[in-house]
Ligand binder design. Sequence first.
Ligand SMILES: Cc1cc2nc3c(=O)[nH]c(=O)nc-3n(C[C@H](O)[C@H](O)[C@H](O)COP(=O)(O)OP(=O)(O)OC[C@H]3O[C@@H](n4cnc5c(N)ncnc54)[C@H](O)[C@@H]3O)c2cc1C
Length: 485
Amino acid sequence: MFDGLVQRLAAIVGPDHVTTAPGDLSNYQYDGSADSALPQVVVMPGSAEEVTAIVSACTAAGCPYVARGAGTGLSGGAVAEAGGAVIAMARLNRILEIDCANRLAIVEPGVVNAHISDAVRAHGLQFVPDPSSQAVCTIGGNLAENSGGLHCLAYGVTSHHVLGCEIVTPDGELVWLGGRAYDAPGYDLLGVFIGSEGTLGIATKVVVKLMPLQEDRRTLLAAFPTVEQASGAVSAIIASGIIPAALEMMDQLSTKAVEAYVNAGFPTDAGAVVIVELEGLRGTLEELVQDVQRICIAHGSREVRQARDEAERERIWLGRKSAFGAMGRLGSSYYVQDGVIPRTKLPEVVSEVAAIAERYGLLIANVFHAGDGNLHPLIVFDERTPGDYERTVAAGADILRACVRHGGSISGEHGIGIEKRDCMTLQFKAADLDLMARLRAAFNPRGLCNPGKLFPTSRRCGESARTVARGALAPEMVDAAGPAF
Ligand SMILES: Cc1cc2nc3c(=O)[nH]c(=O)nc-3n(C[C@H](O)[C@H](O)[C@H](O)COP(=O)(O)OP(=O)(O)OC[C@H]3O[C@@H](n4cnc5c(N)ncnc54)[C@H](O)[C@@H]3O)c2cc1C
């Protein structure tokens, strides 16, 4: 079927690192989104040179391929919708260099996000971007999605913490974008690559910045009667000139689910809670704590609690990080939406989300990276009820429409992938999309590198686009030259 491709891949990586066994392939059909598709082969390279040879072999065979990190992506990015090869990066998991003097590390793409900070903590350093999935997600996936995290408000997202990367281009060339120092001359191809969702090539080494651990930090939990009051406090904190390291919000449905799940100590009778984390030099935080407390109380908070010790802080963050998982307490399935709005629009958009929930008869819990105006409505549905999934997708699309109408964007951090490609037209004109397509073609002329992602199909935003089987891509979405099985 592959015209000898599987044998060629086995010759590159060794037979133990290639599989076509149905039981193995099924492990690679999903990411964290609702889409799934079976690849035809999974190959696990052990070096950048092997990735180069794999890409060249796939290209020669006209076989589509997609890089895969940990598969925690929430937009279908690592799903092999066109079939073909999944290139699983898990073996490329070495931290190659830690350079404390220059505050950088060079890592392979399969390194788990949290493992970088674990490796440099003893030097008083950290890798800042911290997606809630950081215990398992990889740097390759973070780079491809330009991932954010709980502490990205003050310090920036992945693109602000990457100096360079080595990639294998779809032409099978190994090239460096950026490097060990700031501001490489010429076009900012590193900036183009970061956030390109695996459609422009495969990263094989990443130079990440390391930042010093702060001397002191304080974590506050403020309870508010309503989401609107909590939103007002969020805007007022930033407007006062304070930039917390993290500024998160959860509504009552979320806090109730989390309490039932991990018992984080959230007040379940509050309409919303806000978590504020302040960091800085020892002796500088007390005044900021008082300012935040004053602002929260002025906006109706009835209780602002400061974590007394590290254990209490960790419990609060465990609660926030468990919010997605806790949805299992509310229903059999959930769908995470991800939109951004100017943070001052939070109250209006939250009211619209509530109206959308009512209109579609669905339960929607809300967690927010509130400081960034990044919403994560969690739509609870039952897979077994006919039409429930379709209503959920339609409700999600209405939320995105509200975000765009209020001057925001259809994705804050989870990417477009399969899930939101048909909603790109909400935000971009044909000319914008055409420019993006020409950029993709410059890197990926045959369209074999992660085909079908990011660009709209003939469906409308909000029409269920769930992929259930390999080969489901419309022919026009893969270059005429491939796939050729
Ligand atoms: C519970 C939960 C919480 C989450 N919290 C957050 C959060 O707070 N913030 C956030 O931003 N995201 C969050 N996510 C989403 C997800 O974890 C991130 O998008 C993450 O960066 C994906 O990493 P991964 O290794 O799992 O990548 P995958 O899911 O395996 O792949 C994601 C994309 O990256 C591409 N890719 C992977 N490796 C490479 C490579 N080496 N070169 C080129 N492309 C590559 C894939 O082709 C795919 O398009 C969360 C997900 C879950 C399940």
